[in-house]
Design a protein around this ligand. Structure first.
Ligand SMILES: [Mg+2]
Length: 240
């Protein structure tokens, strides 16, 4: 199936979904311009639990972000990124959680089910998204690639989520191309058997997410400097 196609032009981006084409003006908000494909997007969204009033949104990739899909093990739990359940339990207090993978929904449900993410008593996953909700981007300077446009989530749930209260973790920066201010590039979790005992990325990211949760606009942050932000917060605690 041919997915959505974006062509970069002088005047902005031309988005194509099936036979429909729309132009997104440079500097414009993708969320404003993508309503045309909401119907198709909603069909690709597997809503598991209702959105919660007053919560921010965390969108998570799976492969190399939560799971080492390239290593082999008898039990998939051996390939799970360390502290995954502790991380999700802690951030659930402040964030709704959506899992968005570039694979198929069948694989997403299977993998998340095997890891115990879908029935954990300490947190709930709001929704699952797969590759069918992604958009293919083609520009003059980049080759063709798929990305995850958060604008489609914002347009689908405008009363809950927007560009100011959403953050997305992915090991591939290109997935943020339509929402660079909302993306945090996580270190990939590879070679699980070697790195399982020392990977603390999710512990440190828990601190970051909880530290920024009280801010009214997450998009004003530079998420590439998340480690420095966490260190500053530890050095200068707000509640003395
Ligand atoms: Mg990945």
């Amino acid at each position: 199936m041919r997915k959505n196609l974006i062509r970069s032009t002088k005047g902005g981006l031309i988005l194509k979904f099936g036979f429909r084409v729309v132009t997104v003006v440079d500097g414009g908000c993708p969320g404003d311009s993508l309503h045309w494909s909401l119907g198709q997007f909603q069909e690709q969204t597997k809503l598991l639990h209702p959105c919660r009033e007053g919560k921010k949104l965390l969108v998570l990739d799976i492969d190399y972000t939560l799971f080492d899909h390239r290593s082999t093990a008898e039990n998939p739990l051996e390939l799970m990124r360390p502290y995954l359940h502790e991380f999700l339990s802690a951030v659930y207090a402040e964030y709704d959680i959506i899992i968005w993978s570039a694979t198929s929904m069948k694989w997403v449900e299977l993998k998340m089910g095997q890891l115990g993410v879908l029935d954990n008593p300490n947190y709930k996953i709001t929704a699952l998204l797969d590759h069918l909700a992604m958009i293919t981007v083609q520009s003059d300077t980049h080759r063709t690639f798929d990305c995850k446009p958060l604008g489609l989530i914002w347009a689908q749930y405008p009363e809950y989520y927007n560009s100011k209260n959403t953050i997305m973790f992915d090991d591939l920066r290109r997935n943020f191309v339509m929402n660079p201010q909302n993306g945090l590039t996580i270190r990939p979790f590879r070679k699980a058997h070697l790195n399982r005992s020392k990977d603390k990325e999710l512990v440190r990211l828990t601190e970051y997410l909880l530290a920024i949760a009280e801010l009214s606009d997450l998009s004003s942050l530079d998420h590439s400097r998340w480690e420095a932000f966490s260190e500053d917060n530890v050095k200068r605690p707000r509640h003395r």
